[in-house]
Design a protein around this ligand. Structure first.
Ligand SMILES: [Zn+2]
Length: 170
């Protein structure tokens, strides 16, 4: 076992029907996953976006365990600062090519705390619309990160590889 995840809080389901997805039981289960990650010293991959992220961050803080990856993270500036300060990782998906919110995140987040992913089979839009989501789409994400950070593509590839190996201890 390399990591624990993806685990987190059901943001989109809850938005659709808050009464069917009360937060408390999800927080209880997630807390158990955090405790397991800590017990086995495994990284934890989290689905936790927008207003859920501060809740998850406080759980991580409660257990003093920050070996955490917020996959496809979206959230406000305050939460972004909090994630950076705690040494957490976020991953960028191909929507970087057409979502301003993600472009701002990639600009702000330190390169040393970034990874890339596709979350396939999620259907992407913009230049990827109607295309089957493939792992190779990360190459366009990497090129876009290089553009945003004004750093050469080679360095971005190298650092993302280092980050991924470091985060997952592989
Ligand atoms: Zn997710």
């Amino acid at each position: 076992m390399t990591a624990i995840g993806e685990v987190g809080l059901p943001h989109y389901a809850r938005k659709k029907d808050p009464t069917a997805f009360p937060l408390e039981p999800y927080i209880e289960v997630l807390e158990q996953f955090i405790l397991l990650a800590k017990k086995f010293s495994k990284p934890i991959c989290l689905h936790s976006i927008y207003e859920d992220a501060p809740i998850v961050l406080s759980l991580l803080e409660k257990h003093n365990y920050m070996h955490a990856h917020f996959h496809w993270f979206k959230g406000n500036a305050e939460t972004i600062d909090h994630l950076i300060a705690n040494g957490c990782f976020v991953s960028i998906t191909p929507d970087l090519l057409y979502e301003q919110e993600i472009q701002a995140l990639a600009a702000k987040f330190p390169l040393e705390q970034l990874m890339v992913e596709t979350d396939g089979p999620w259907p992407f839009e913009g230049p990827f619309s109607q295309k089957e989501t493939m792992p190779s789409m990360i190459h366009q994400t990497v090129a876009e990160i290089a553009k945003i950070k004004k750093i050469s593509v080679d360095i971005i590839y190298r650092q993302l590889l280092l980050n991924t190996k470091k985060f997952f201890s592989i």
